[in-house]
Design a protein around this ligand. Structure first.
Ligand SMILES: Nc1ncnc2c1ncn2[C@@H]1O[C@H](COP(=O)(O)OP(=O)(O)O)[C@@H](O)[C@H]1O
Ligand SMILES: [Mg+2]
Length: 363
């Protein structure tokens, strides 16, 4: 009988890595920047892994980016992570803020409806009427909290906000203070050391180019690229699938060849080139590592709940083609071409590729 344990769907990084943080804190001999919980060395180990302290590697592919980001966060500029969807921008920003400030939850999610109040503060109107503009009637934004307590604030998908709202950040970042005119003409909140902003922006959203020059100057930009190393990507997908399946992982049998096939398909479609060098058309669909993990996860659920608990390349094909390509006729054509050339050829010699090809014929 398979038991049913319910847990929180997603833990924050500070909950999830509590044990790692205490080991790192205990061993941390290096000097900490003002307002930081850990030294930059320790934050680096937390993100890139440390075998001696049994710290798991979390970000793959670009160690130097992590060092540059740390230097930015110590300084006066904000950190802007830009890139294709699914390249771990949000993950990095969560890991940095958990490690540096012990809090990854001071987050503003940028949308077309984001207002200045979401960025600064708003009022509890009942209290405002009875008490006037006091500390009690003011409702602080996550950014307000971060300034007050000297922590990192996260601004997700910043380019989805209207430009004039983005520009509210300009003065916050340059003056490191927030004016609160309701409390008095010169009244302001002064940011404590340790405060900074990590913003993320997807290159697929229009808008990165429309960001004002003034705002761009307040940030150091880092482009996060998809993982280029196939071996890394295979390792990562396997690892993350295991994490996502959690206790279900023991219910499923996964052969490494199936994960390798999945990563190969993603890699070839993303780069527009087969491993043998044939050129392909890249689909509009996002072919990120994160998406590969999602497909593997969905295929695993299918294998567990609707099949015999063995993950097959056919399950992958059904999820990938059914979910990702069905709704976009152009993508479906590009996929068909890939299947009828690259995949068909491999299917002659390899049973996993054959299973993948056979399952794809239904679409
Ligand atoms: N280079 C990478 N290293 C580690 N994990 C990665 C990498 N690229 C993608 N991922 C995985 O993709 C997931 C989704 O990334 P996310 O941070 O939501 O992407 P983004 O914000 O860039 O759209 C991450 O949580 C992580 O599991
Ligand atoms: Mg994101």
């Amino acid at each position: 009988m398979i038991e049913n344990i319910r847990t929180q769907i997603k833990q924050t990084s500070e909950q999830k890595y509590q044990a790692e943080f205490s080991r790192l804190k205990e061993q941390d001999q290096h000097r900490k920047p003002a307002g930081w919980q850990l030294s930059a060395y320790a934050v680096r180990s937390f993100i890139l892994g440390d075998d001696k302290l049994n710290i798991q590697k979390k970000f793959y592919g670009d160690d130097a980016l992590v060092d540059r980001a740390l230097v930015t966060l110590m300084g006066n500029q904000g950190l802007m992570l830009v890139g294709e969807p699914g390249t771990a921008k949000s993950m990095l920003s969560e890991l940095f803020s958990a490690a540096i400030s012990g809090n990854s939850q001071l987050t503003i999610q940028g949308t077309a409806g984001t207002t200045e109040d979401h960025i600064k503060y708003s009022w509890n109107y009942a209290l405002l009427l009875s008490e006037g503009p006091t500390d009690k009637s003011l409702i602080p934004s996550p950014l307000f909290h971060a300034m007050k307590n000297g922590q990192l604030a996260r601004f997700e998908e910043i380019t989805r906000c209207p430009p004039e709202i983005q520009d509210v950040l300009v003065s916050l970042l340059s003056e490191k203070q927030m004016m609160i005119p309701e409390m008095g003409q010169d009244f302001s909140l002064q940011a404590m050391q340790g405060f900074n902003i990590i913003a993320t922006a997807n290159l697929r959203d229009r808008g990165v180019h429309e960001m004002s020059a003034a705002l761009k100057r307040r940030f150091n930009f880092e482009t996060v690229k998809p993982i280029a190393n196939r071996q890394f990507e295979i390792e990562l997908v396997g690892l993350q699938l295991k994490q996502q399946l959690a206790q279900l992982y023991s219910e499923i049998h996964i052969r490494p060849e199936v994960i390798e096939l999945l990563v190969t398909v993603f890699n070839e479609l993303r780069t527009g080139q087969s491993l043998q060098g044939a050129s392909l058309k890249t689909p509009d669909a996002v072919m990120s590592t994160a998406e590969a993990v999602n497909i593997a996860h969905a295929a695993s659920l299918q294998a567990i709940y609707l099949s015999d608990g063995k993950l097959q390349a056919g399950h992958i094909a059904q999820q990938l083609i059914g979910v990702v390509f069905k709704d976009n006729p152009d993508d479906a054509k590009r996929m068909r071409y890939y299947l009828d050339t690259v995949v068909k050829e491999r299917a002659r010699k390899d049973s996993d590729w054959k299973a993948f090809f056979d399952a794809s014929r239904e679409f």
